[in-house]
Design a protein around this ligand. Sequence first.
Ligand code: AMP
Length: 504
Amino acid sequence: MYDANPLIHHLRAASVGREDAVFATQPLAGPDAAAVTFAQLFARAEQMAAELVEQGVQPGDRVAVQVQKSLAAIELYLGTVMAGAVFLPLNTAYTDTEVAYFISDATPRVFVCDPERAGSLQSVAAQAKVLTLDAAGQGTLSALADRQGGFQVVARSPDDLAAILYTSGTTGRSKGAMLSHANLYSNSRTLRDHWEFTCDDVLIHALPIFHTHGLFVATNVALLAAASVVFLPGFDRDAILQAMPTATALMGVPTFYTRLLADERLTQECAANMRLFISGSAPLLVDTHEQWEARTGHRILERYGMTETNMSTSNPYRGERIAGTVGLPLPGVEARVMAEGTELAAGEIGVLEVRGPNVFQGYWQMPEKTAEELRPDGWFITGDLAKIDSNGYVTIVGRQKDLVITGGFNVYPKEVEVLIDDMPGVVESAVIGVPHPDFGEAVVAVVARSGDEISAEAIQAALVGQLAKFKQPKHVALVDALPRNTMGKVQKKALRETYAGLFG
Ligand code: AMP
């Protein structure tokens, strides 16, 4: 029986009685990649679990994984949790030096990597046993797992860890967010119910699986609903448009939506079978939301979360989806906006805090960092600046560290960005603070345009009269595109570095 292992129990329970139904199809994986049923998925996960145990993995041990997206990687995730161990996925973009830090910090028992990098990574693997797995699911791990049979899942309690995900580390060292079985299954159950996922759903899965969005939101919700997924190795416009007429849901970052909008094959007809488009991990422009509705007839549902908290807020499935907001706190989750130890009134901007069963257990081996961000009474200080309106809808204004302080005044980048984004000829903008000899920091706007219709001077001129003088950019830089990471987040840190010398 597997009910002694809470996360596996919940993920598996939904497909009991329909084990032969298809969990995943892989349209881009070639003719050999037949559809995988729930029975096959879990049987393979058991083989992976058995092999991990044979490799010496004990309950609570970390299994670090840096591999291409594949169903085998999902089976490894499930197998790790079945073995009572802690799954630790790493971004495939991390270099050997970065991986060395994660390995030394997390001291995994086993490290699974791509065969192509096994040679160079072997030297940074320290005490960990190195196994390999490629994009087709082949490698030393799969060869060894082939020999294994069934597996008796290892008992765990709801508070035991199931995963550690490192945050992107935009300030200082990356921190390992410890997520328990209960954190993960409670959040996916809430999302499944809130978004009304059932076994009739077909979810287009094009997100990376080293991040909370693709691994937990997409995969766990699909498993928990016994829904099936169209499993794609990454964002692929053709494949997504091809899948859409027979799919029901898509989970994406905002860039998925802007890239799909750029394709004329995206029509109301193409999206006729879809019931839900979800966006998160970075802010969705109001303009994108509106264009999407005009083109497909669907209002994108925006939600908000982070590695440490899973998902915290969501626009409603059945109620009003308000563009530019991330909706209401999810059932069981509380949210408040704070400044200097006091909860702020509706509409006021401060730091967003959340509390609930979704909130993580703390940072791996960083008790001081944990104490700085997680209050003893359970409130987690997100570091996001936000406001909550009188109906409870939350609007994210930006990261606290992106706040610009110029001449002693606070400038919330978003207030400036929304005005620039609204100008004809502007695709999007990022407002940053850069060092300035008089003001401490100066407001700088980096703007991506669709052509050369609008100049830097025209942008500056248009803001006069709309914004107080101290909020107006002292410089407008025109670029072809804003730098983004794989999750679609604008890399403001990189922009601050690029423009650091502007006034120096
Ligand atoms: P990560 O831990 O990588 O998932 O990043 C979490 C951060 O992404 C949050 O703290 C927010 O700053 C940002 N984020 C996530 N979802 C949204 C959203 N819907 N709108 C704006 N920012 C978001």
